[in-house]
Ligand binder design. Structure first.
Ligand SMILES: Cc1cc2nc3c(=O)[nH]c(=O)nc-3n(C[C@H](O)[C@H](O)[C@H](O)COP(=O)(O)O)c2cc1C
Length: 223
């Protein structure tokens, strides 16, 4: 796929076909993605790649914990709510997504179902947990994780795969640790659903908005 076309067509995929992705393809995607830049080339990332029964067990346990109402801190603590325009963008995204999914604001049942789907990595056949060594988990590493995750998402497109970065499941880090054996020394930074997109799934029709460049770029001395 042509590079700009890939960047433009990447989007978060929230509905998947059940076909598992082969280990060979997942290894190729991740291998290529590690060409991503990292601060001082420290490559602080680690990947735990899940499928089959292990992923089924994780999905089950995450759903149980979610229904228990027992949301804990993620390994990076809590995030304060977003203010102002950031909150507006968040609300716009949720509204559009819920419209596509026919989830009314007051429909608690359907909203819970959606949250559970999120805990199930949107029913993707595979998921990747992205970790960072606790000894190097500051700003430079998190920045570097962002670069590798975007590169995974782009490389995945080459194989007809979709992805969705997810933070919701990582609010249950002990559940993830129990099932995957990720040690405490590794902080759990993100989850990534990965699989072949089901393009008929309504949420996959979403095209998220972007602020025009004119509102966010300041030019000096450029012709
Ligand atoms: C750090 C991060 C965390 C995210 N967490 C979630 C999540 O928990 N659930 C979800 O549905 N999407 C999640 N997303 C996807 C964003 O909602 C999505 O990237 C954004 O709305 C832009 O849409 P696009 O990816 O389709 O371009 C996350 C993205 C990032 C970068």
């Amino acid at each position: 796929m042509e590079l700009l076309e890939a960047i433009k067509s990447r989007k978060s995929v929230r509905g998947y076909k059940p076909t598992p992705v082969s280990k060979q393809i997942l290894a190729e995607v991740l291998g290529v993605a590690t060409r991503a830049p990292s601060a001082m080339n420290i490559q602080p990332w680690g990947f735990t790649i899940l499928g089959g029964k292990v992923l089924d067990d994780l999905k089950e346990s995450l759903q149980e914990k979610f229904l228990d109402g027992e949301r804990t801190n993620c390994d990076f603590g809590q995030f304060p709510p977003f203010p102002g325009v950031y909150r507006e963008r968040q609300v716009e995204l949720a509204k559009t997504l819920f419209q596509l999914m026919d989830i009314a604001r007051e429909d608690k049942g359907k909203r819970t179902e959606w949250q559970l789907k999120m805990m199930r990595f949107f029913d993707a056949p595979n998921a990747i947990i992205i970790t960072v060594d606790g000894e190097v988990s500051g700003f430079l590493s998190i920045f570097s994780l962002g670069s590798v995750i975007q590169t995974i998402a782009l490389a995945a497109l080459n194989f007809g795969l979709g992805t969705c970065i997810e933070l919701d499941p990582i609010f249950y880090p002990e559940v993830i640790r129990q099932i995957t054996g990720i040690p405490k020394s590794q902080k759990i930074a993100a989850g990534l659903a990965i699989g072949y997109p089901d393009w008929d799934f309504p949420a996959n029709k979403l095209k998220s908005s972007r602020e025009p460049l004119s509102n966010i770029a300041t030019w000096h001395g450029v012709q």
